[in-house]
Design a binder for this molecule. Structure first.
Ligand SMILES: C[S@@+](CC[C@H](N)C(=O)[O-])C[C@H]1O[C@@H](n2cnc3c(N)ncnc32)[C@H](O)[C@@H]1O
Length: 297
């Protein structure tokens, strides 16, 4: 864990970049973000289209292969990636799309930085194994479970009502983590602790019970995959300081940016979907919008 930053000015500025995230983030400087949060799409028609257009393009494959050869955990990673192809085309396509973006995310992380990768049960375990091999198992910090209870419940198996967020740190000896800054939660059995403790609440563990975005109310933007501010707030509070830079290049409705800005961090958001850009511009009217070559206006 590193020492507190000195002289950092809290500002809360937001930049929204419009364009394919791989092209956009390639232009950002090494080590320029303390926190990178990613919530990529999985198994949508759109993702599948993109795979054909983007991840299989020779440029992406060359970049990923070069980095894997140059370092990270080359041979082990290549072997695992090969083994996991057997799992099926869908995951292979997904990882082919994600891999060059994760390699860039890792490059962009500062030495005291943290990567949060938000996944669901379909991909979390494979992604964990691959990420361990890609960046090193010693960089793994946590597996967060975000549990919610909403919507229809199947009667044929245990209804799946959680997401998994994998957390990796760039340098296990230097990463920033401030548990004191995190929103606390009610004790499950407040009668078992002192009234002072009960009033203060308890530090969250790695299992977070939190509602989905309420279907009515201030927070709802109407963007289909919007994540709750409460979940993002904990992440931003723990893994960045006021004045730090936070990146989300699957920004969607801009939850990461809205939360980071309110907490005095500078946020950089990227998305290529015009609907997402419109939602973000309405949600963060103060944001600067940067359009990259060929992106929709
Ligand atoms: C699951 S959503 C993110 C939701 C977000 N966490 C929120 O709270 O609203 C994933 C987003 O990634 C965007 N996306 C997918 N592929 C992209 C790409 N290649 N470049 C830029 N954005 C992309 C989609 O448009 C979508 O808005």
């Amino acid at each position: 864990m590193s020492a507190p930053a000195t002289g950092a000015e809290a500002s809360g500025a937001v930049e929204i970049h419009v364009g394919d995230n791989l092209d956009v983030i390639r232009g950002f400087a090494d080590g320029s973000f303390t926190l990178v949060y990613l919530d990529p799409p999985f198994n949508t028609g759109r993702t599948q289209e993109r795979v054909t257009e983007t991840a299989r393009a020779p440029r992406d494959d060359r970049a990923a292969d070069a980095v894997v050869r140059r370092g990270f955990h080359g041979r082990e990673y290549e072997r695992l990636r090969g083994d996991l192809r057997a799992y099926g085309d869908r995951f292979d396509d997904y990882w082919g799309f994600l891999e060059p973006r994760l390699i860039e995310a890792w490059r962009l992380l500062a030495d005291d930085g943290t990567l949060y990768l938000h996944l669901d049960y379909r991909e979390a375990h494979y992604a964990k194994v691959l990420l361990d091999a890609l960046v090193g198992r010693d960089k793994f910090l946590n597996e967060l479970i975000w549990a919610y209870d909403y919507g229809a419940k199947t009667r044929k198996r245990w209804p799946t009502k959680h997401d998994t967020i994998l957390v990796y740190v760039k340098d296990p000896d230097r990463y920033w983590f401030d548990s004191e800054a995190v929103d606390r939660e009610p004790y499950m059995a407040p009668g078992l602790v002192t009234p002072e403790k009960a009033a203060r609440g308890k530090l969250p563990t790695d299992v977070w019970w939190h509602t989905i975005v309420p279907t009515t109310g201030r927070e709802k933007t109407g963007y289909p995959t919007q994540k709750p501010e409460g979940v993002l707030r904990r992440i931003v509070q723990a893994s960045s300081r006021p004045g730090d830079r936070v990146l989300d290049f699957f920004a969607g409705s801009g939850t990461t940016g809205a939360v980071a800005s309110a907490l005095g961090r500078d946020a950089v958001l990227v998305d290529d979907n015009p609907d997402a850009i419109a939602v973000m511009m309405q949600r963060m009217p103060q944001a600067a919008v940067v359009r990259h070559g060929g992106s929709p206006s």
